[in-house]
Design a protein. Sequence first.
Length: 122
Amino acid sequence: MHVRSLCLQYGMDMRKNYETVYVVAPDTNKQKKELCLFSVGGPFPGFAALIKKVRNLNNYFNSPQRVERLTKVQQFYDLPELSPIVDCDTRVASSATLFQRTIINYSIFPALRILRRRGGVQ
């Protein structure tokens, strides 16, 4: 859970990874400590957009009719019945829960898309 929370914090730009480095000051010729931004894997430029898309998908299923249809499809595929959650944009714990539910429900999204094309899901 801790690693996932850190990944979400970095992706939501709520946490920076700083490293202490020693540099020689040119004017005094002495070493001094400086903090520099450091990330082994590099920045996550698309992660904030991914979080926004997952939140929008979650918010799509907020109406009672859509929740009912989502529940029916979850029952059909023998998946746990997970209702959508509404949270604020900066909560890491709720973002972790949001991703867990989205991963579980990922397999039913194509079925919902097919039903929507046929007129069964609004």
